[in-house]
Design a protein around this ligand. Sequence first.
Ligand SMILES: [Zn+2]
Length: 238
Amino acid sequence: MTTLLFRDDAYLKSCDAKVVGINDRGGIILDRTVFYPTAGGQPGDKGTLTVDGSPIHIATTVYDDAKNAVHVPAAPVSLASGAPVSAVLDWDNRFRNMRCHSLMHLLCAAVPFPVTGSALTEEGGRIDFDIPEGHIPVKDELAAKINGWITQDHPITTRWIAEEELDANPTLVRTLWVKPPRGSGRVRLVSIGENDEVDLQPCGGTHLQSTGAIGPITVAKIENKGKQNRRIRLAFAT
Ligand SMILES: [Zn+2]
C-alpha cells in the first residue's frame, strides 16, 4: 500500500518516491506520495511527477480497491517499475481545498444536525443538513459564529484512537461525509480548539494548522432541498 505522507503532514508539498506500477487504466502507483486521493468530499490532488527530467501532469488522484493512491496522468505514459520520481503538488489548488475542507468542519460544528451530503464549490463549500422546522439557522448569526472561530485562530490538531474506542463513542461520528478510513485498527481524530473546544471528529482529510488561515467567509445561501433537508452554502469573502 502507498505510504500517505499527507496523513502526518498536510503541508508537505513534494516528495521523492519510486514507481510501483501502472494499473490497467493507466494510473501511476508510487511507494509513497504527498497527493491526497479523492475522499470524504475533498477532491484529489493535481500536480506533477518528474521522471528522468520529464514532467508528467497529474489531473487528479484517486484510491484503488487496495487503497493505493493512484495518480491519474492527463495523457497516457509508460514507466518502468522502480523508476525514481519527484512528486510535486499543485499547492495553490491543495491549499484552497484545505481552507474549504477546514471550513466545512466549522460549519458542521456550528449546525448541530445530521449531515446528509457535502461538496467543495467554486466559491467555498456547502453541506446538506437534516434540520427540523423551527431550527433553521439565521444567516447573519451563523456567519458571525463561524467568523468568530476563524478570527480566534483556533489550532487544528490530529490524534489517533483505537477503532474500539470510536465504536464505544458513536456520538463522535456525527457526519456521513468524513468517514475515516478503517481497518488498520486505529482512526484519526481531528480536533479544533484547545481541549476540542470547537470540534472533534474522525476525518482522513487534509487540514490547515489553525482556523485563521481560512480567512473571512459569508453564508451565501440557505436553501430548501426537500422536507427537512437544508443546503447551507458558504463563500470566501476574499
Ligand atoms: Zn476533515
